[in-house]
Design a binder for this molecule. Sequence first.
Ligand code: NAP
Length: 256
Amino acid sequence: MKLIQIGKEQVPAIGLGTYQLTGKEGELAISNAIRIGYRHLDTAQFYRNEEIVGNAVRKSGKERKEIFITTKIWPSDFTKRNFIPKVEQSLRELNAGYIDLLLLHWPGNDSSNDLACELLNDCIQKGYTRLVGVSNFSMAQLKRAQSLMPVFCNQVEYNPYTNQQEMVEYGSENNLLITAYTPLARGKVNKDAALISMGEKYGKSPAQIALRWFLQQKNVSPIPKAGNEKHLKENMDVEDFKLTEEDMKTIFNLCI
Ligand code: NAP
C-alpha cells in the first residue's frame, strides 16, 4: 500500500470513505475493508457512524497504531460551549483511545473558524488527537488556519470533474495532505467514455483508472466509499500499473 509521507507521518494513500455506511451492514463493510487491507478510515460526527467505525477497528485485531482514523466536527459546534464536549463525544463513540486526524468539517464564519482552530490546538495538548486539519476550506481560509494551528490536511471534493489544481499544488509545495473526497464522483466515473477506453488498455475498471490518477499526484489521498466487497477489493488493486503522462493529462482535461 502506497504511503504518503507528510513530515514524520505516513498516511495510507487510499482511505475508506464511510459516509452512509451505518448499522450492522455498515460495520460489516468496514470490517471487510480492514481485512482486505484498508488502514485509513474517514468518518465524521455528521455521518453518525463513529461507533461502528470504532467497533470494526477493535474487532479487527489490528493494533490501534496500524489504523489511521479521521473524524470531523460540524461548524455549528465551533463554539466554546460545544466544541470540546463534541470532540469528547467522538472519542467515546470511536472508543479507540485517540483520533489520528481531527478536521473542521466545513468552514463556519471567520471568527468561529479562528476559535475552532484554537480549540483544536487544545485537543492536541489534551492527547485527544495527534493531528488537526480542515475540510472544504478555500485557499484564504486554509492560510488563515495555518497561522493558528499546525494544519496537516485540507479534505476537499476532488475527482476528474473538479479542478483542484491550485489546492493540490499548494499541498505539494507546503507539505500538506490533500484528501480527495467523492473521488469516484459517486460512481459517475464508471460511465465516462475516456476512462472506460483507458481501462480497456490497462485491463482495469474506470474507477481503478481514476484512483490510480490520484496516486500519481503528490500528497493526494483518495477516500472512495464502498459498501460492496467487490468494489472494496477493486479500489485497493491499483498499484500494479502506471498511467502514462499523456493519460494523466487526458484525465486532468476532463474537468475543463
Ligand atoms: P464516492 O466515493 O465518489 O462514490 C461512492 C459510490 O461509488 C458508492 O455508490 C459506491 O458503491 C460506488 N463505488 C465504489 N467503488 C466502486 C467501484 N470500484 N466501481 C463502481 N462503483 C463503485 O462518493 P462519496 O461517498 O461521496 O465520497 C467518499 C467519501 O468522502 C465519503 O464516504 C466521506 O467519507 C467523504 N466525504 C467527505 C465530505 C466532506 O465534506 N469532507 C463530503 C462528501 C464525502 P457501493 O457503496 O455500492 O460499493
